[in-house]
Design a protein. Structure first.
Length: 350
């Protein structure tokens, strides 16, 4: 039992299960899943589907943070990716053509890869601090997206493109299947190959890793390139869901939510050890919390405060220092209780 409690995924999982339990008590239909026309529907299915963009961004952020870095440009890359894809589809003669959609998707992902590689170049080769290097693209990226869309919100009616976010495959949302596939690929690559060990080594001590023969620059470069591609895919899902390319709203603040999900999952911002499963739990916790806020009817102006309070509580529950403080407080209380009868006996005896 002690080994289970000490596991780094125990408290993140408890936080997620507590949120689900609270929602279930408040509205029993929260865990109800229905089948209509061979497709699954319900609040839990909506949470899993809506979490797909954040899940992809958070997975890329996990790899970057493992190398002792940070990527603040993921929201801007999402905006650029969606703008590229929808501009290509909108300028074509037939938005319903599958070939056009595939070209748009491939082009958007290539652009996202180039932007991620640019971040990796600045960090790993030029040696700029990650927060500064990615801040440049964070500020300039949305301007690039506005240039692509000519400053307007590009809307497109394309059934194949809308299918990415709203369609179903094998009775599950297609967006959910995309996130599951990406989770599986990232988990296999980072946990079943030497790349994960090398990534942790670079995050723990980059200089020692370099002296040991590890190509630290290549690993850091690859981490930012991967983060860019996953952010680009998240931008495609987001734009597919709203059927529009909104350079100002796409991926707004998602970099902060991604970092929060990574931290809630147990990955340290100091680099090194990281957990893919913890990031998945962190993303689901944030998405469930957002669903809870909507259900409680918290006004939009007050929802950030409510969200912050709950997050602080969750972080405190997961804090090892708080666990030690609680154990010491409990131990001292027990000692007082056991010492009180002994003192009373001494007084009576005298």
């Amino acid at each position: 039992m002690k080994s289970i409690v000490k596991h780094r995924l125990f408290w993140p999982a408890i936080a997620l299960l507590t949120l689900i339990l609270v929602n279930t008590i408040a509205r029993p239909q929260f865990i109800a899943i229905t089948v209509r026309d061979g497709q699954l529907y319900g609040a839990l299915i909506d949470i899993l589907r809506n979490s797909a963009p954040l899940m992809l961004v958070a997975l890329g952020m996990t790899i970057v943070i493992a190398t002792r870095g940070i990527d603040l440009s993921v929201g801007a890359i999402m905006a650029v990716s969606g703008a590229v894809a929808l501009t290509i589809i909108d300028s074509s003669g037939n938005p319903e053509d599958l070939g056009t959609v595939f070209v748009a998707l491939a082009t958007a992902l290539i652009v996202a890869l180039v932007l991620g590689a640019w971040n990796g170049l600045l960090v790993s080769v030029v040696g700029i601090q990650p927060i500064v290097a990615t801040l440049v693209l964070m500020l300039a990226g949305r301007g690039v997206a506005l240039l692509i869309t000519d400053g307007f919100i590009t809307t497109v009616n394309s059934a194949p493109y809308s299918f990415i976010a709203t369609g179903y495959l094998f009775f599950l949302p297609f967006a959910l299947l995309i996130s599951i596939a990406v989770i599986a690929v990232v988990a296999v690559v980072e946990r079943r190959t030497a790349l994960g060990v090398l990534t942790e080594a670079v995050g723990i001590n980059p200089e020692a890793s370099r002296l040991a023969g590890v190509r630290a620059r290549g690993i850091v470069f690859g981490a930012y390139a991967t983060s860019g591609v996953l952010a680009g895919l998240a931008g495609i899902i987001y734009s597919s869901n709203i059927r529009a390319a909104d350079a100002n709203a796409a991926g707004l603040f998602i970099e902060l939510y991604a970092i929060l999900a990574v931290v809630l999952g147990g990955t340290s911002l100091m680099g090194g050890k990281f957990t893919i499963a913890g990031t998945v739990i962190g993303v689901l916790t944030i998405q469930t919390l957002e669903s809870t806020i909507l259900f409680l009817g918290v006004p939009s102006a007050q929802s950030p405060v409510f969200f912050a309070v709950v997050v602080i509580v969750v972080v405190l529950v997961q804090s090892p220092r708080m666990h030690r403080w609680a154990k010491n407080a409990l131990r001292s209380t027990r000692n007082r209780r056991t010492s009180s009868p002994e003192r009373s006996k001494e007084v009576v005896g005298s």
